[in-house]
Design a protein around this ligand. Structure first.
Ligand code: ADP
Length: 259
């Protein structure tokens, strides 16, 4: 039963993406077909023009193939296996990977203040989300700056943050001193396939996937960003409550939380 629930969650995530995918894929094919049609017309009289149209078609085809590659990787992903995870411990375990990923010109600052508070997530999915945010931060800083990863405890009242019900949350945030976002970009970042990055660099799936993941955990994502002022992405994730155990929140022992 648990396996089929996981399968269903995965299908739901895929379903959420489907509308956007069909639309974007169609647009890419239109570029390919249109380019080839124009090229065929110009082939005899203006070969230079024809070549330009073929290049455009190739670009569209490359975009489409990058998209399907990304989708295949997504579909092949491991089944979800949520468990009680200490946010602080998770970050500690990722430091080396993050350092290697973002390069040595970027300074990484960690502030771990969630104590033993646990969240109920699939560990790999959570790690992917954090790494994704770090890669976005790196790209925004063009190789130079400060990346701040922090965790803290947040007790929210109803309506304080988005749709979050009143309760205890772990706040995990990833901040950077990068280029920041214009209000126009900020308004669209959760759209599947929205990207401002060149072909091959961005898929526009990072933040939309993280959005789906956070919502699945009954959490909320908030982004604070201004052009030239850097960006802070905040994930509010509900503190783990164990069903049928007097609704006791999980606090991991210091040993569990730190190793
Ligand atoms: P991708 O990184 O593949 O473009 P995302 O969904 O992760 O896809 O991000 C969408 C867009 O949001 C990016 O192309 C970029 O314009 C903007 N963005 C995301 N994170 C940041 C950040 N930390 N600083 C500035 N802009 C960002």
């Amino acid at each position: 039963a648990e396996e089929s629930l996981r399968q269903m969650q995965k299908m739901e995530a895929v379903g959420q993406l489907t509308g956007g995918i069909a639309h974007d894929f169609n647009n890419m094919l239109a570029v390919v077909v249109g380019g080839l049609e124009l090229a065929r017309r110009k082939l005899r009289e203006e070969p230079a023009d024809a070549e330009r149209h073929i290049d455009n078609a190739m670009e569209g085809a490359n975009r489409a193939s990058a998209l399907t590659r990304r989708l295949l990787a997504f579909a092949r992903s491991e089944p979800l296996l949520p468990s009680a995870v200490s946010a602080d411990k998770l970050i500690t375990g990722m430091v080396d990977l993050i350092d290697r990923t973002i390069g040595d010109q970027i300074r990484v600052e960690l502030h771990k203040d969630a104590g033993g508070w646990a969240i109920f997530v699939d560990r790999h999915q959570m790690e992917n989300a954090i790494l994704n945010l770090c890669v976005n931060a790196r790209d925004a800083m063009e190789g130079r700056g400060v990346l701040t990863i922090s965790t803290s405890r947040a007790t929210l009242t109803e309506g304080e943050i988005g749709e979050c019900p009143e309760g205890d949350y772990v706040l995990l945030s990833v901040g950077d001193s990068g280029c920041g976002m214009t209000p126009e970009v900020l308004a669209r970042v959760f759209e599947p396939f929205f990207t401002t990055k060149p072909i091959g660099k961005g898929t526009g799936l990072g933040l939309s996937q993280i959005f789906g993941f956070v919502r699945q955990c009954q959490g909320e994502i908030r982004i604070l960003s201004q052009p030239g002022q850097g960006t802070q992405v905040q994930l509010f994730l509900p503190r783990r409550i164990v069903e049928g155990e007097g609704s006791a929140p999980v606090t991991l022992s210091p040993a569990e939380a730190e190793t």
